[in-house]
Design a protein around this ligand. Structure first.
Ligand SMILES: Cc1cc2nc3c(=O)[nH]c(=O)nc-3n(C[C@H](O)[C@H](O)[C@H](O)COP(=O)(O)O)c2cc1C
Length: 198
């Protein structure tokens, strides 16, 4: 199963492009799940270390809807809008709250496969840094990051929405590099499914 996590509080550009990637993967035969921060209550990590002592998070909120999806997933797609030149605070809160999973099981994320999507209102508004922030989260947790490769999708998929849903739908270059990244992500998952990759 592949879980797509949307870091936008709106049903707009980021959700749209993430769902495009998930649809593409469904057509290739993968089971997918969509999770969004929109309308959810996801508090910041409090660094109370409850998770280190008790192997679960003390904050009982909507992260408990995501934890089982992450457990069942072989692939993870994190898609974020670009806020203040990087990823959204909402997706950062999700990442920090994943500490509870690694505290319970150090190998929780190991050998899962990850791809990243960033949607900015500006053409060059911080998409690349947002992708790097997601990739850093992957590396820190032992998730294997996959890019779409050179000629357009070097670190993953980036979009220029011009702040509207209509704008992102017109971003042909964005969809080209989303398809490139999704194809490589799917290929890697298929090649390594059920096999050790170390
Ligand atoms: C608080 C805030 C900060 C933003 N900062 C940036 C930015 O630094 N660079 C950029 O390209 N767009 C920025 N944007 C615009 C959003 O990235 C853009 O509208 C994007 O499409 C939002 O995703 P959504 O349509 O899924 O909500 C910002 C938007 C908000 C609300």
């Amino acid at each position: 199963m592949i879980v797509g996590i949307c870091g936008s509080p709106r049903r707009q550009a980021t959700e749209y492009v993430l769902k495009e990637a998930l649809n593409m993967l469904e057509k290739m035969g993968f089971k997918t799940e969509f999770f969004t921060v929109r309308g959810k209550s996801i508090e910041f990590c409090r660094h109370c270390d409850y998770c280190i002592r008790n192997k679960k998070c003390a904050i009982k909120d909507d992260m408990y809807g995501l934890y089982p999806l992450l457990k069942d997933s072989k692939g993870i797609i994190i898609a974020t809008p670009v806020y203040s030149g990087g990823m959204s605070a909402q997706i950062k809160a999700v990442m920090d709250r994943c500490r509870a999973l690694s505290s319970a099981d150090r190998g929780f994320f190991r050998r899962k496969v990850g791809m990243a999507v960033a949607v900015g209102g500006d053409r060059i508004g911080g998409q690349e840094l947002a992708l790097q922030q997601i990739i850093t989260f992957y590396i820190l947790n032992g998730i294997i990051p996959i890019s779409g490769g050179f000629f357009g999708a070097n670190l993953g998929a980036t979009f220029w929405s011009k702040d509207t849903l209509e704008g992102v739908k017109k971003d042909e270059e964005g969809f080209r590099n989303l398809r490139k990244t999704t194809r490589k992500f799917a290929k890697f998952l298929k090649e390594t499914r059920g096999k050790r990759v170390d």
